[in-house]
Design a protein around this ligand. Structure first.
Ligand code: UGA
Length: 458
């Protein structure tokens, strides 16, 4: 059992802390936000994450985890301190390391015994060296400190599961001492450990995330071509997936990747390459494809409708993916302002993300348009002229084509997640557009009402 302190209680820090406690370590989670600390002490998770709250409560009651703003007492006698604070993107694409630097200094000024400092946050290659240098610069007591890299690979929505059942643990160390401690901390997890040097560990994190981002952008690129040549991206993906070298995961074409990781990490690696006089062409292309992908459906719909002014627009899903209330880099954030600018009356549904979205776009009139948040999908669809699907929530997937047909004034659906069967939508009389698949209805094929300025002829 190790005495572990965790700096930062965002996704990375809190989930790591709770999982360390779950396998038997003694954990103190540190955060500067007093309110948040009180909330966590009361057994409530500050983030929406399946299974997290239960483990927080269980381990708090068992006395294996505590939360505090008092970093001095948390750090002073810890065997290991994990840093999980944010590294937000700066306007030039580089990572902002000021939170890490602050924590490093606090550690240096307060530790009273030998300690391993472990950077869990995603940081550019070489940052661990800097953190070690920084700690040594400010070190007060005569103790041994070393810095190790231990990137995390959890995905939001399945964070606890991803941590307890990770496919691999990456540890990047520069000494046997550091390697030994990290191996022992992770021993109770019973997972494969890949031990490399610090810089390689830092690179593994970026290379993995950017590879996944690239995979998605590649499928989106191919999907766009599929549309032009009459192929179907889902059939193409299925055919590709049988090749084990390609694999079956992350082949879903759609409205582009979002979240707090892929957009930030692709830009950060591109920036790192540039700083080193190298052009990372593949990653650059992934970023470009993704940027264009996010408004593809809006452009299509605009061509079809000419204007959204005065139309009731149903927006289903606001978060960057299901299972989270996180809106960072979500497609909704790109499309909603475009719709409002055009004078759309938006009726938005999201089972958990609406509250966060309302902070950015409060309910009511907004510019030329308006936005209303509804608690059930039917309310959004009732009498709507057009519907956009931005997130594949279970509730949205469960909708039948008949529901669209029955409730909407004009059953015109733009699906950014390819969740419905093209044939079934067509059968039900829904005019359905998705990504990389044939539009269900060709103009002039079936009867339709007037939509905006454009009429679809029967
Ligand atoms: C991602 C990685 O999956 C994790 O392994 C990593 O640890 C994490 O970033 C991180 O660096 O912290 P996350 O951002 O939570 O996790 O979400 P993903 O499930 O990877 O989805 C990211 C985006 O890609 C979502 O917008 C999703 O809709 C999109 N996506 C995913 C697709 O468009 N197509 C796919 O086939 C898969």
């Amino acid at each position: 059992m190790y005495k572990i302190a965790v700096a930062g209680t965002g996704y990375v820090g809190l989930v790591a802390g709770v999982c360390f406690a779950e396998v038997g370590h003694q954990v103190t989670c540190v955060d500067i936000d007093e309110k948040k600390v009180d909330v966590m002490k009361s057994g409530v998770s500050p983030i929406f994450e399946a299974g997290l709250e239960e483990l927080m409560q269980k381990n708090y009651v068992a006395g294996r985890i505590d939360y505090t703003t008092d970093y001095k007492s948390a750090y002073k006698d810890a065997d290991a301190i994990f840093i999980g604070v944010g590294t937000p993107e700066q306007p030039d694409g580089s990572a902002n390391l000021s939170y890490i630097a602050t924590v490093a200094r606090q550690i240096a000024e307060n530790i009273e015994k030998d300690c391993l400092v472990v950077v869990k946050s995603t940081v550019p290659v070489g940052t661990n060296d800097k953190v070690e240098q920084f700690i040594n610069d400010f070190l007060v007591n005569d103790v041994k400190v070393e810095v190790a890299s231990n990137p995390e690979f959890l995905a939001q929505g399945s964070a606890v599961h991803d941590t307890l059942h990770a496919e691999r643990i990456i540890i990047g160390t520069e000494s046997k001492w550091a390697e030994g401690i990290l191996k022992q901390i992770y021993e109770p997890f019973g997972l494969p450990i890949v031990s490399v040097n610090r810089r390689s560990a830092e690179m593994i994190k970026y290379a993995s995330n950017d590879f996944l981002a690239l995979k998605i952008s590649y499928m989106n690129d191919i999907a766009n071509l599929c549309e032009l040549v009459g192929a179907d991206i889902q059939d193409v993906a299925k055919g590709m997936s049988f090749d084990q070298r390609i694999g079956s995961k992350f082949l879903n074409a759609g409205i582009g990747y979002g979240g707090s990781c892929f957009p930030k990490d692709t830009k950060a690696l591109e920036y790192l390459a540039k700083q080193n006089g190298y052009e990372l062409k593949t990653v650059k292309a992934a970023i470009e494809v993704n940027t264009e992908q996010k408004t593809k459906l809006f452009s299509k719909a605009r061509k079809r409708l000419i204007t959204f002014s005065g139309l009731k627009v149903a927006v289903l899903g606001l978060t960057f993916k299901p299972g989270t209330d996180d809106l960072r880099e979500a497609a909704s954030l790109e499309n909603v302002p475009l719709l409002l600018e055009q004078g759309a009356n938006i009726y938005a549904f999201d089972p958990v993300g609406a509250k966060n979205f309302a902070r950015v776009y409060p309910e009511g009139t907004n510019g030329r348009g308006s936005i209303t948040y509804v608690e059930n999908i039917e309310e959004a669809l009732d009498g709507a002229n057009v519907c956009f699907v931005f997130t594949e929530w279970g509730e949205v997937k469960a909708l039948t084509p008949e529901t669209y047909k029955k409730l909407m004034w004009t059953p015109l659906v733009y699906d950014g997640r390819n969740i419905y069967d093209v044939g079934e939508m067509e059968e039900a009389g829904v005019e359905y557009y998705s990504i990389g698949r044939k539009p269900a209805l060709r103009e002039g094929k079936k009867e339709s009402r007037n939509i905006g300025l454009q009429t679809v002829k029967s």
